[in-house]
Ligand binder design. Structure first.
Ligand code: SAH
Length: 352
């Protein structure tokens, strides 16, 4: 039996070749592409300016959606709504929609099933990497969010690539997907400046991000001020090191003029001491940087704890006393297991 291909996953030129085979004029491809990101368009039959015969043969050959929602946690009135999505092969990923007080809606998208980075505190990588997502599967998370929001007369305004997976380990597919997402011509029109890519800190990946014509916002998961501690909680630091990450980040800033965000999750008794704060401040004070302080979101299977609000405040105050700009992120997803990978783990790990 012929398995239908996902339209969003066709390589560049593949769709054009199919249209040529079908003896369809070229402008029909453009018409079709324009439909793909229109909110609420999930079936070929809705594409009203395409001839019925073309719609029927598209329907026979391709699918527009490949994922299904398995579980939803939270509602539109919560700060975060979390979705467990099942892919065509039965693997599961998580996507979160964050709602803020200004009425903006941000998608937190995944790039991989699982993760190979094995950060000690993170649920996503506990079982290692299963596979990369395809560009189409990344785009589909955006379409899913966009469709859902459109049904509520809302629109997706921002995105953070902070779901499951390490974005720089699947950068080709991610950049292909984001090119579609950020296109105002026939994509979702979410500009590059409204999209943040968060990385564990892989210098080659950061270097590639710095070369883009329309650079995305860069966030680096630092979580420790020195190699000794960082390698202990983030094994990917071994052989790279904090200094090389800073060099890549400084270069990104120089090339793009865009301030880098450093994420720092605060884990009680691990990286939240006053000495850690001073050391971090020392490394950042000459840099144009924003530190995003995030109280650790506990993961059931892991023995890490969240510091008290007073300890978080103390850490923040020290950074501020050095003139470091900080943002204290609230734990939006806490009630809904929104820390990366937690939902996938709690609702049966294995596909099928
Ligand atoms: N792999 C990328 C992006 C995905 S993780 C990265 O490392 O940046 C997104 C962010 O959530 C990272 O900063 C990650 O370290 C952090 N994170 C992972 N587990 C967490 C937890 N339990 N509580 C709070 N933040 C967590």
């Amino acid at each position: 039996m012929d398995i239908k291909k996902s339209l969003l996953d066709l390589a560049p030129g593949e769709l054009e070749a199919w249209f040529a085979e079908q003896k369809q004029p070229k402008f029909r491809v453009r018409q079709l592409r324009k439909w793909l990101c229109v909110p609420g368009i999930t079936e070929f039959s809705q594409m009203s300016n395409l001839p019925a015969t073309l719609r029927a043969s598209l329907e026979e050959n391709f699918t527009l959606r490949t994922m299904r929602v398995v579980t939803v946690l939270g509602t539109e009135t919560d700060p975060a709504e979390k979705f467990l999505l099942e892919l065509a092969d039965g693997n599961r990923i998580e996507a979160v929609i964050l709602h803020n007080e200004q009425g903006q809606h941000t998608l937190c998208a995944s790039t991989q099933v699982g993760c190979a980075m094995r950060c000690a505190f993170c649920a996503s990588g506990m079982d290692g990497l299963v596979r990369n997502l395809t560009a189409g599967e990344i785009i589909e998370q955006f379409l899913f969010a966009s469709d859902l929001l459109a049904s509520r007369n809302e629109r997706l305004s921002h995105a953070v690539i902070m779901g499951m997976g390490e974005p720089t380990a699947n950068l080709d597919a991610l950049l292909d997907a984001l090119a579609v997402v950020s296109s105002s011509e026939d994509g979702l029109g979410i500009g590059a400046r409204k999209i943040t890519i968060s990385t564990v800190g892989i210098p080659q990946g950061i270097a590639r991000m710095a070369e883009l014509e329309h650079p995305y916002h860069l966030a680096i998961s630092l979580h420790a001020p020195n190699d000794e501690l960082r390698t202990r909680i983030m094994p990917s630091n071994r052989g790279i090191g904090v200094s090389a990450i800073f060099r890549a980040a400084d270069d990104y800033f120089q090339k793009t003029g865009r301030r880098v965000t450093y994420e720092y999750i605060l884990i009680s008794g691990v990286n939240d001491s006053e000495e850690d704060a001073r050391e971090l401040a020392g490394r950042l004070k000459k840099r144009n940087a924003l530190v995003n302080l995030i109280p650790y979101n506990p993961v059931k299977e892991l023995n890490f704890r969240t510091p008290s609000p007073a300890q978080v405040r103390r850490f923040a105050n020290i950074l501020e006393s050095y003139g470091i700009q900080i943002a204290l992120r609230h734990r939006k997803g806490e009630k809904i297991d929104a820390a990366c990978g937690q939902l996938r783990r709690t609702t049966s790990l294995q596909p099928k």
